[in-house]
Design a protein around this ligand. Structure first.
Ligand code: PTT
Ligand code: SF4
Length: 609
């Protein structure tokens, strides 16, 4: 096997035992890597109904066939487990040196099982793995932890860690790494915490086996150069992901006030232009020629990297329009290891529910200082922080009084920073994403609002959602590579496909990756249905207030407009038809057979009536 190492580590924390195992070439060709590997492993190895925070859950850390290789944007790593936030399939993608070091250590993935009896961290160096006491690290934030570990092991290692939120099993805690990055929105940090695993340090020095080193080097360097050239032409990295904020404000799709509003006069104060003016540093992932992370100084003078989602959810959605205060909230989320998107949604929901008289509390939209206090309480599950640590869906279920209508989540995962109360295609993209409401699998909003009729619910929107899901999931989440050069500066996907072929010696084209994506989509959906056997199509609907005319904007571009539930239902039917899923959103026998998932379907059959 070339490109892939063919090896992985099965690490049992209860027994503190590690086994080096190998997997078959068929498995590699069928699932490619990253999300593909994680999906199949979690389907095969997790019993339905297990406690996501119990020792039976498994944490998968997976790479792809071009990870670590000098090719465009290959410094990304997938983290996955059964999600404690949603109870379904959960994963995330982090830019980290772990992608390079783990591959050079000789592994394509880690399966981490069981639970250590005391806090530990792991140190992997090529063929050696040590379990070490994390006594001195436990209780520390991610910045201090990372610093201590880098001081100890030097800069030339990859590290993943959790903060206090992961230790305390906040249901939306993430995994962090030094490169200003975070991932695993559906509580993958809590899974790591539940295993008493504070950090993983990896160093690899071996050669990565590839089929055609010369061809790969040529294409890889060409791709990196091309991405840089394209970025120089369009200047996307001047504002990075935050460039989108002012546009969303203009087109009335910005999250404002728990997504009750879609734009705000003060939005310019926290937009990409302001951020780039205040920039003090730029961060980026390894193997990337277009670093996009802009860092500013926050209110407390910390250096903090800010991406669009963070500003949208911790800024406009909370009606906080002071950039350095939004920076402080972002910094705290990073330090405690809390997902910024869910944190922003939870705090906004809390302020909203207080305003509606549904919860008693002392927090209002716009109150940055109180928001900081609340983040600390969430990380330590103190006072109201304990309730708030559960995420909007579970909080609303506890609080009742129709608050679920404005808990801005789908399948339990908080909606990222696109307010789709009148953007049907993007609402469908959120509702059909494989982990709950994340934008990463289909970001149709730009196409929808610039190239189609906004109020249309025609089939072409379902087709476009699926087209994007196929490219993003099949190619970028499996190889694994950052999708932003393709999305933002239009780097052709050919570079990544060619890199894959030069690395593996295979001859795949986009169609092959699309098929892998469909396979992953079918199996992640089967995973959800297996966990929730009463599955029905309501799981694929956005929150009620996006259909409620009382919640329509009372001024501006989309005054009086709101999603139409009946038409949305028809659009969802179109989506199911293309995927060959039934009216409940369950993959049919035919769909699974066509994707070579016969065995999986036979197992799945017992969960569907
Ligand atoms: C991602 C989600 C995002 S998506 C953002 S900002 W974005 C938030 N970042 C957080 C953060 O920071 N700190 C924190 N405590 N919580 C955070 N939660 C949010 O997490 C990120 C970039 C970005 S910036 C995006 S869009 C792209 N995402 C990619 C992806 O998903 N796959 C892929 N192959 N390439 C991608 N490239 C881009 O990477 P999750 P990252 Mg993260 C500090 O992980 O769980 O998927 O949630 O990925 O390495 O931090 O890079 O406007
Ligand atoms: Fe990381 Fe940005 Fe480069 Fe993507 S474009 S690899 S998110 S620095």
């Amino acid at each position: 096997m070339k490109g892939w190492t063919g090896n992985y580590l099965r690490i049992n924390l209860t027994k503190q035992e590690v086994k080096k195992e190998s997997y078959s070439e068929d498995f590699a060709k069928k699932w490619i890597g990253g999300k593909g590997f994680a999906t199949k492993i979690l389907w095969d190895e997790l019993k339905p109904g297990i406690d996501p925070l119990g020792p039976e859950n498994k944490l998968v850390i997976a790479l792809g066939p071009i990870s670590g290789i000098m090719a465009p944007n290959t410094g990304k790593v997938q983290v996955a487990a059964k999600s404690p936030l949603t109870g379904g399939f959960g994963d995330g993608n982090i830019g980290s040196k772990v992608a390079i070091h783990l591959k050079k250590a000789g592994y394509d993935y880690l399966i981490i099982e069981g639970k250590a009896d005391k806090p530990i961290y792991m140190h992997i160096e090529n063929d050696k793995l040590k379990f070490l006491s994390a006594e001195e690290l436990w209780g520390k934030g991610t910045f201090d932890t990372l610093k201590l570990l880098y001081d100890k092991y030097g800069k030339n290692v990859g590290i993943l860690t959790i903060g206090q939120a992961g230790e305390n099993k906040v249901l939306y805690s993430v995994i962090r790494c030094m490169e200003g990055r975070a991932g695993g929105r559906p509580g993958i940090g809590a899974v790591m915490g539940s295993k008493n695993l504070k950090a993983i340090v990896v160093k690899g020095t071996k050669e990565i086996p590839v089929a055609n080193p010369t061809g790969l080097k040529k294409i890889g360097i060409e791709g990196l150069k091309k991405a840089k050239e394209l970025d120089n032409e369009v200047g996307w990295t001047i504002q990075g992901t935050t460039g989108i904020l002012s546009w969303l404000n203009e087109v009335a799709a910005l999250p404002v006030k728990n997504m009750r509003k879609t734009s705000h006069n003060d939005a310019w104060k926290i937009d990409g232009k302001r951020l780039s003016e205040k920039k003090i540093a730029t961060y980026g992932c390894p193997n990337c020629s277009m670093h996009c992370g802009l860092a500013i100084q926050d209110k407390e003078r910390h250096k903090v990297e800010m991406d669009y989602e963070n500003i949208g959810m911790l800024g406009s959605n909370l009606e906080i329009f002071e950039l350095n205060q939004v920076g402080s909230l972002n910094y705290l989320c990073d330090d405690y290891g809390i997902d910024t998107i869910s944190a922003g949604a939870v705090l906004a929901f809390y302020a909203d529910a207080i305003e509606q008289g549904v919860i008693k509390g002392n927090f209002k939209f716009g109150d940055a200082e109180k928001a900081k206090e609340l983040l600390k309480k969430i990380a330590y599950k103190k006072d109201e922080g304990s309730l708030l640590s559960l995420g909007t869906k579970k909080i609303a279920q506890k609080v009742g009084k129709t608050s679920e209508d404005y808990a801005m989540q789908i399948k339990g995962l908080e909606i990222s920073a696109y307010n789709c109360k009148f953007v049907p295609g993007m609402a469908l993209a959120f509702s059909t994403a494989s982990i709950g409401a994340h934008h990463k699998e289909s970001w149709i909003i730009l196409y929808e609002l610039t190239k189609t009729i906004r109020e249309s619910y025609e089939k072409d929107k379902a087709e476009e959602v699926i087209r994007l899901q196929r490219i993003r999931m099949g190619l970028f989440e499996c190889l694994i590579a950052c999708r932003l050069p393709w999305v933002e500066v239009k780097l052709s996907t050919d570079y990544h496909i060619q890199c894959f072929n030069e690395a593996t010696g295979l001859n795949y084209d986009m169609h092959d990756f699309e098929k892998v994506s469909d396979r992953i989509y079918a199996l992640t959906r089967a995973f959800w249905v297996r966990e929730y056997p009463n599955w029905n199509r309501n799981w694929d609907y956005p929150p009620t207030i996006w259909f409620d005319s009382n919640n329509a904007d009372d001024e501006g571009l989309i005054k009086g407009k709101i999603l139409d539930k009946a038409k949305y239902g028809k659009l969802l039917d179109e989506y199911y038809k293309i995927r060959k899923w039934d009216k409940r959103g369950i993959p049919t026998k035919q769909a699974m057979q066509e994707l070579n998932l016969e065995e999986e379907f036979n197992e799945f059959l017992q969960y569907i009536s």
